[in-house]
Design a protein around this ligand. Structure first.
Ligand code: KIV
Length: 261
């Protein structure tokens, strides 16, 4: 799977499937099932390492897990999160992103944030490092946001999200993740961009969907309301992942009960 192929899926209106992976065994299962994007999310800080936020995750942690996922993967496009503070300054971002690509064997890096990231996105993409932007609920800013809350509910913040999305695409971002935003706003942002928009808690009208694998498998203690335990209704890991793929491809997931107004 390449960026060009992902772009074609958006153009054809075919939904894109993405799940998080943190090790080679799960990466292999997800890849075999036909997931198009594997995301080595810094959510690993919570679901694998047991922290109560993603903030303690280091660049070495991300390289370690990304390498494992890369070994288990054959076809899927591989995105890795840049952890907290590893991209706070453009030059530091370039150095750390280069390590994630060269040592971690990622194909793209993901950064959380809006307008303040434009210079960094341009710097990375001009040097051959593809960038996935992440807007809405950005978990690395949980303390600034005052908790894990839906973003873009009022007119001013909705407009800021829309403008940030357009500016990030113009700066060179090739994919956008939108987390926890009202479905109507996510649909408008998705329509206004040429690049694929992957939603999580952002309604069914995004170009694709991502979930944290441990939420999908019912491992997470207190899963977020926008996630769904696909293992419960299928009985095997393989069947649960296939059910997720089918539900996303047929626009049956997320339902209104997994979305926000
Ligand atoms: O870290 C992560 O798993 C993520 C997804 C929730 C999008 O960023």
């Amino acid at each position: 799977m390449t960026l060009t192929q992902l772009q074609k899926l958006k153009e054809k209106g075919e939904k894109i499937t993405c799940l998080t992976a943190y090790d080679a065994s799960f990466a292999h299962i997800l890849d075999e099932a036909g997931i198009e994007i594997l995301l080595v999310g810094d959510s690993l800080g919570m679901v694998v390492q047991g922290h109560d936020s993603t903030l303690p995750v280091t660049i070495d942690d991300m390289i370690y897990h990304c390498k494992q996922v890369s070994r288990g993967n054959q076809q899927a496009f591989l995105i890795v999160d840049m952890p907290f503070m590893s991209y706070a300054i453009p030059e530091i971002a370039l150095k750390n992103a280069a390590r994630l690509m060269a040592e971690g064997e990622a194909q793209m890096v993901k950064l959380e944030g809006g307008a303040w990231l434009l210079e960094t996105v341009q710097l990375l993409t001009e040097r051959g490092i593809p960038v996935c932007a992440h807007l809405g609920l950005t978990p690395q800013s949980v303390h600034q946001l005052g908790g894990y809350r839906v973003q873009g509910r009022d007119e001013i913040s909705a407009e800021r999200l829309q403008n940030d999305a357009i500016a990030l695409e113009a700066a060179g971002a090739s994919i956008l993740v939108l987390e926890c935003v009202p479905s109507k706003l996510a649909a408008e942002i998705t329509k206004s961009l040429n690049i694929p928009v992957i939603g999580i808690g952002a309604g069914v009208d995004c170009d694709g969907q991502v979930l944290v694998l441990y939420d999908l498998l019912g491992i997470t203690d207190k899963p977020p309301s926008f996630s769904k335990n696909f293992l419960q209704e299928t009985g095997s890991i393989k069947a649960a992942i296939e059910a997720f793929i089918m539900a996303v491809k047929n626009a049956r997931f997320p339902g209104v009960e997994h979305s926000f107004e």
